[in-house]
Design a protein around this ligand. Structure first.
Ligand SMILES: CC(C)(COP(=O)(O)OP(=O)(O)OC[C@H]1O[C@@H](n2cnc3c(N)ncnc32)[C@H](O)[C@@H]1OP(=O)(O)O)[C@@H](O)C(=O)NCCC(=O)NCCS
Length: 357
């Protein structure tokens, strides 16, 4: 059996039929339409397959994202479409594929890898841990709002430039351009709602559903709470059932206003499963931030059997990448973080739904 490698252009059709057969049976669209930035010729070098006699047996994809945070930019390897042919499972193929992805991500100087899964134990074995904070708010009933003059449109035929302008006001998220947004607007099974002012200015947008996933979830939105509330009310009305809004921990104002309208918040979510990749690069960014906020003797180092972190004369030892991930990105159980590090950690990360792979 061959080693994990990137597919050639001529193999892409075979890779997509393998993925569609097991991951998207009977949907009527290819997984490539759902992840328009992943299965492009420009991203081919970041896919990994194991094949035997021309048959694809296992696959995983990386899409590199540049993430804006209050600490600065992070390069992130988002990993997805992890699949092994049912007849070849439990033979270590996924482990080989993921190892290959992590080696590639290190070579590409990614600070950390992220993936979205419900198979926590499998990925914990590979050094990933649930981390980052996510709030989800359930809107059970159509909220009663005062009349408003904004015009609401349910259509994906909207200006990518206008959406980009609103998106860019988020303090956290990936760096995107108009082309990225345009491609996202084409994702199947996705309802795009926009709110327009009297002067045809885009005020807010919100997206429910994404391909086979996220039905009933608003995973991507932008604009101020004042303009988002009527949009979310409209989505809840059209959907005919409770909807869930997914949001970063920083969206306190929107959460508060939704709660006033009787929505139910859940604050115990995670952004995804995360694993540090390039320790040197990641540590350099954290140390730079520590210095900026006056923690002049903050140290963090990799040792032969773990990590040491703290101030020069008072360090603690962390044994696993999972502990490091939780320290960096939270959530931290109450009282578990030393007060002097409360300004440094957690590093608030957020990846909007259009960027999940
Ligand atoms: C999940 C999946 C990719 C695993 O592929 P695989 O090639 O059988 O995995 P491997 O044989 O490399 O196993 C890797 C490790 O994970 C463990 N593992 C495999 N499946 C697991 C599961 N469902 N839950 C927990 N651990 C699991 C194995 O025991 C092995 O551990 P070990 O190295 O300590 O022995 C495969 O079952 C699959 O394609 N499932 C359907 C698609 C899917 O769910 N993809 C993941 C979405 S994120």
């Amino acid at each position: 059996m061959a080693e994990a490698r990137a597919p050639q252009e001529s193999e892409v059709t075979g890779v997509l039929s393998f993925l569609d057969k097991y991951l998207r049976p009977g949907t009527g669209w290819s997984i490539a339409a759902e992840y328009p930035h992943v299965f492009t010729s420009g991203n081919l070098a970041n896919l990994r397959i194991i094949e035997d006699a021309g048959q694809v047996l296992a696959h995983a994809a990386i899409k590199y994202l540049i993430l804006k945070t209050h600490v600065g930019l992070f390069k992130v390897a988002a990993i997805g479409s992890v699949l092994t042919d049912p007849a070849h499972r439990n033979q270590g193929l996924s482990r080989q594929i993921l190892d290959s992805c992590l080696i590639a991500a290190n070579e590409q100087c990614a600070d950390f890898a992220i993936l979205w899964t419900d198979q926590y134990d499998l990925y914990r074995k590979m050094g990933f841990e649930l981390a980052g904070r996510e709030i989800s708010v359930v809107i059970d009933e159509v909220p009663a709002l005062p009349p408003s003059s904004i015009r609401i449109l349910k259509s994906n035929k909207v200006s990518a430039e206008a959406i980009l302008r609103v998106y860019q006001s988020h303090p956290c998220g990936t760096i995107r351009n108009t082309e990225d947004i345009w491609r996202n607007l084409q994702i199947p099974n996705s309802n795009v709602y926009t709110a327009w002012g009297a002067d045809n200015q885009l005020l807010a947008y919100a997206v429910e559903g994404k391909g086979a996933d996220l039905k009933g979830y608003v995973h991507e939105w932008g604009g101020s709470a004042q303009h988002l509330l009527p949009l979310l009310a409209q989505i809840r009305k059209d959907f005919g059932q409770p909807i869930t809004i997914i949001m970063p921990a920083s969206a306190q104002n929107l959460v508060r206003q939704l709660v006033e309208l009787k929505a139910r918040p859940h604050t115990d979510g995670f952004l995804g499963m995360i694993r540090p990749v390039n320790y040197q690069g990641l540590f350099a960014k954290v140390i730079r931030r520590a210095r900026q906020i006056g923690l002049n003797d903050f140290v963090i180092e990799k040792t032969v059997d773990g990590f040491i972190v703290g101030s020069k004369n008072d360090t603690v030892k962390l044994s696993t990448p999972q502990e490091l991930t939780r320290l960096f990105f939270g959530p931290h159980p109450d009282g578990s973080l030393k007060p002097e590090y409360e300004e440094l950690f957690p590093i608030e990360l957020w990846v909007w739904g259009w960027d999940s792979v």
